[in-house]
Design a protein around this ligand. Structure first.
Ligand code: SF4
Ligand code: SF4
Length: 77
């Protein structure tokens, strides 16, 4: 019998970037890729910082590092 993969962990919240507040300083990207995050922050096709929710482990490093308070914690519906 084939072994089924474990179901993906569901999170009760996510982090999202408020594009109105973001000033593209890259502090969040540094934290996410080099400061212990899971590498979820990327630059999207409109040259904006974005978070890949599938990769994000909700560590909060990006949010704490953001000087503009642009990364907000959003509770899942
Ligand atoms: S919460 Fe952590 S893993 Fe998710 S985007 Fe922020 S730094 Fe990266
Ligand atoms: S740390 Fe904040 S202001 Fe800087 S790029 Fe990330 S979201 Fe934008």
């Amino acid at each position: 019998m084939a072994i089924k993969p474990a179901p993906k962990k569901k999170f009760k919240f996510s982090f999202e970037i408020d594009q109105e507040k973001c000033m593209s300083c890259a502090a969040c990207e540094w934290e996410c890729h080099r400061g212990g995050g899971s590498g979820a922050i990327y630059v999207d096709d409109q040259a904006r910082y974005a978070i890949d929710q599938e990769t994000c482990n909700r560590c909060g490093r990006c949010s704490r590092a953001c000087p503009a308070d642009a990364i907000i914690r959003v509770t899942a519906a």
